[in-house]
Ligand binder design. Structure first.
Ligand SMILES: NC(=O)c1ccc[n+]([C@@H]2O[C@H](COP(=O)([O-])OP(=O)(O)OC[C@H]3O[C@@H](n4cnc5c(N)ncnc54)[C@H](O)[C@@H]3O)[C@@H](O)[C@H]2O)c1
Length: 396
């Protein structure tokens, strides 16, 4: 089977898929719709990063495509519903760069507490500004983490190891790690924290979630970090609070309108304000994260094609079933409607086939069932394929 990997996917992914028996073709750049349609002829696995759009038209023109690996975090570039409706499984790498973001947050908290960017700029300009005033240790400081998911909870652990006292607020009920203290509201967190770090997800409801009211509620002279999504913060309000001195420093990695390419012009109300660290959305951009993304997504693609495992798929029901040697495996995507499993099992029974193992899961409009059998009588697969609810069927 053929795999096509675009956009300089990490070489580890090429090695893993080659080892698994795929003929792997790589291209360094992204492709437009027409190029992609032509290139997908005969391709079972497609690997992309953020710049290749996989539209409904592309999916319609690529009936042999079984799975797509987004070798990145976001999957907005893929028409997930169209892919699901065609039984094309999509995987991404949701936590390969978690540690990279956490390390940058920790570094920036220390840099802000020591006003390092100011010292650095002064010395580059020939000014020897040796003084302790306004420089602080972070040990014992109160860190407020907003959003206690993959990144927030990992930050909690590393920050505690450095002696910070952690408070967190999450809209979901989350396990408090170590000595971290849960806050029942954002205001409770803002009343306590001396450093506020945002790690919420990009759901539309979070647009403008942190603005003038929340900055005003922060403790005077506290620090603010946003390495999650640009549109969740009102940066004009942050700039006003930095200039007034209410917020003592800020680190910002994400912006509502980010330039498309390296070298493009960039503007923000935060530019030129002392003790503000601005970075071009590089929180998760490390070589280690890229390698882990390559490993993570390639392994998911390999296990889906080889075993039917869809664990952590972003668009189709997630499941896995251990396989016994010698069994044949039927993987079946279908429209999620009542009675499909009964129909499948009825056909198996009609052919005198015993089910050795079976697992079903559903997600929205889609159902997925993996069935292990000891024998595959003639016509069984044709009959299962002919069921009106069948979207895609493979035998492994
Ligand atoms: N700067 C970068 O390079 C970079 C890299 C990776 C991830 N990110 C961003 O970091 C953010 C966090 O990533 P993650 O992997 O931890 O995500 P996650 O989905 O694991 O965690 C997000 C958490 O935020 C919580 N949440 C959502 N809205 C909230 C709200 N209004 N108030 C309180 N809690 C809320 C959710 O319940 C969840 O626990 C995402 O926005 C992601 O896009 C940025």
């Amino acid at each position: 089977m053929k795999a096509l990997l675009l956009e300089n996917v990490h070489p580890l992914a090429v090695d893993l898929l080659t080892e698994a028996g795929y003929e792997v073709e790589t291209r360094s750049g992204a492709m437009d719709e027409d190029e992609l349609i032509a290139a997908l002829d005969g391709v079972s696995l497609l690997g992309i990063r953020s710049k290749t759009e996989v539209t409904d038209r592309v999916l319609q023109a690529a009936p042999e495509l079984q799975a797509i690996g987004a070798f990145c975090i976001g999957t907005n570039q893929i028409d997930l519903l169209s892919a699901a409706g065609r039984g094309v499984v999509v995987f991404n790498a949701p936590f390969s760069n978690t540690r990279s973001v956490v390390e940058l947050v920790i570094a920036e908290i220390i840099m802000l507490a020591r006003r390092l960017t100011e010292k650095d700029t002064a010395l580059h300009n020939g000014v020897w500004d040796k003084q302790a005033t306004g420089s602080h240790e972070i040990r014992g400081r109160k860190l407020g983490i907003v959003g206690y998911g993959n990144i927030g909870s990992q930050l909690s652990v590393v920050a505690e190891a450095l002696g910070l006292q952690v408070f967190f607020y999450d809209t979901d009920d989350k396990l408090a790690l170590g000595n971290a203290q849960r806050c029942s509201s954002l205001n409770e967190l803002l009343d306590n924290a001396e450093v506020v770090s945002l790690h919420v997800d990009g759901r539309p409801g979070n647009a403008g979630f942190f603005g003038a009211e929340q900055f005003a509620r922060m403790r005077p002279r506290s620090l603010f970090l946003n390495l999650c999504r640009g549109f969740v913060v009102d940066y004009q309000a942050l700039a006003d609070n930095l200039r007034s001195g209410h917020v003592a420093g800020a680190a910002v990695d994400v912006f509502p309108d980010e330039p498309k390419s390296r070298g493009d012009a960039f503007g923000s109300p935060l530019q030129g304000i002392p003790n503000v660290i601005l970075t071009p959305h590089i929180g998760g951009s490390t070589e280690e994260a890229q390698e882990d993304i390559g490993r993570f997504v390639a392994t998911k693609l390999r296990d889906y094609l080889g075993l039917g495992t869809t664990t952590l798929s972003v668009n189709l029901p997630s499941l896995s079933l251990p396989q016994r040697p010698g069994d044949r495996r039927i993987v079946h995507f279908h429209v999620n409607s009542p009675g499909v499993l009964a129909k499948i099992n009825g056909l198996l029974g009609d052919h005198g086939v015993n089910i050795e193992g079976q697992v079903l899961n559903t997600l929205g409009q889609n159902g997925y069932v993996v069935t292990d059998v000891a024998k595959l009588p003639e016509h069984l697969i044709e009959e299962l394929s002919a069921m009106p609810e069948t979207i895609r069927l493979r035998v492994l």
